[in-house]
Design a protein around this ligand. Structure first.
Ligand code: NAD
Ligand code: TYD
Length: 347
């Protein structure tokens, strides 16, 4: 089986590629990635020489190149992760998100439609989406697969739009698809623009920890390897035209999470208890900041038997250990353009 994974050099994509390459030596895994600021081949060093792994540098916005790639390889399945993924960047440059997340997805859908037109049997377009398409929750309730879409940021609006197009291609052209909507991921290899790796890096460097607003925003956190396991499960056992919500039943208010992170960082860095917490700094809130995300993951649990494998405390500890052991990786990704981004976002 030939599988195309888009965005495989990014955070979640690299864990999905690794899992697929190592678990299924009989599959040919093609990783298509444009290597934007978020894509990094260092994430895949341990598997790059495996005979069933192939890297293709390419942009999903380049329709002709995507068509040519499909014509050359005739992929049977696509796991589509390539995207612009950071909410703060989407607030500064929404168009970049429409281009890649909406138009890029359409280019892939068109290529699948053309390549698979004679026989949809055994084919699958598996679209990786986010719980942010559902908008925000109040104090109570959970996002289910039936929750209406109500996106609030340019990022979530672009992801919602791509989800709608995937579904529309299923209804209109019969394209076989599955969508999964996952909660916030954390773990090794996450670019330090997102909350957890940014704060780990700032603790190491003893820089301020910029908490947006009052810090009373809630996210539902899932260890990235558990997300990759869920994607594997859905790819093999999910039903066509279905949506699966993925989450860890693991809600944290940002401030509580940051305090736990600081406690673990103090222990691991051998600092006095409370040292990292003194770095917490309240900064201007994010515009349109969603109050609370929380996923009801009972469908994937009851229908497909998936559940998270690590607790949050364990996952966070593993994540910090990874960043402390991979300072070369961290130094590479925080040099150059990252400095400019950081100044613009936090100065
Ligand atoms: P990421 O930003 O770490 O990685 C994105 C990858 O896509 C990078 O390797 C980048 O080079 C590549 N890419 C970007 N634009 C491209 C283009 N035009 N053509 C080809 N490749 C391109 O993102 P991530 O956090 O790993 O997220 C992966 C997917 O999972 C996204 O679709 C995102 O919406 C979704 N998701 C993320 C989270 C999360 O918490 N990070 C949660 C749920 C869903
Ligand atoms: P983030 O990791 O950007 O994920 P998302 O916005 O997709 O949920 O942010 C997680 C939470 O942390 C969110 O409520 C915003 C908050 N946050 C901060 O308080 N400070 C920061 O510097 C960042 C990046 C995020």
């Amino acid at each position: 089986m030939k599988i195309l994974i888009t965005g495989g050099a990014g955070f979640i994509g690299s864990h999905v590629v690794r899992l697929m390459v190592n678990t299924y030596p009989e599959y040919e895994i093609y990783n298509l990635d444009a290597l934007t600021y978020a894509g990094n081949l260092e994430n895949l060093k341990d598997i790059e020489d495996q005979p069933n792994y192939h890297f293709v540098k390419g942009d999903i916005n380049d329709a002709a190149a995507i068509d040519a790639l499909f014509a050359a390889h005739g992929f049977e399945k696509v796991i589509h992760l390539a995207a612009e993924s950071h909410v703060d960047r989407s607030i500064k440059d929404p168009l970049a998100f429409v281009k890649t997340n909406v138009m890029g997805t359409l280019n892939l859908l068109n290529a699948c439609r053309e390549s698979w037109k004679d026989d949809f049997n055994g084919k699958l377009f598996y679209h990786i989406s986010t719980d942010e398409v559902y908008g925000t929750l109040g104090e109570d309730g959970l996002f289910t697969e039936e929750t209406s879409y109500d996106p609030n940021s340019p990022y979530s609006a672009s992801k919602a739009s791509s989800d709608h197009f995937v579904r529309a291609y299923g209804e209109t052209y019969g394209l076989p698809y599955i969508i999964s909507n996952c909660s916030n991921n954390y773990g090794p290899n996450q670019f330090p623009e997102k909350l957890i790796p940014l704060f780990i890096n700032n603790c190491i460097e003893e820089k301020p920890l910029p908490v947006y607003g009052d810090g009373n925003y809630t996210r539902d956190w899932l260890f990235v390897i558990d997300h990759a396991r869920a994607i594997d499960t859905i790819l093999h056992n999910g039903s066509l035209k279905e949506t699966y919500n993925i989450g860890g039943f693991n809600e944290w208010k940002n401030l509580d999470l940051v305090k736990l992170l600081c406690k673990q960082m103090d222990e691991k860095l051998g600092r006095r208890t409370g040292s990292c917490e003194t770095l917490i700094t309240y900064v201007k809130d994010r515009p349109g900041h969603d109050k609370r995300y929380a996923i009801d993951a009972s469908k994937i649990n009851s229908e497909l038997g998936w559940e998270p494998s690590v607790t949050f405390e364990e996952g966070l500890s593993k994540t910090i250990d990874w960043y402390l052991a991979n300072t070369v990786w961290l130094n590479h990704v925080t040099s150059g353009d990252y400095k400019k981004y950081y100044e613009q976002q936090y100065s």
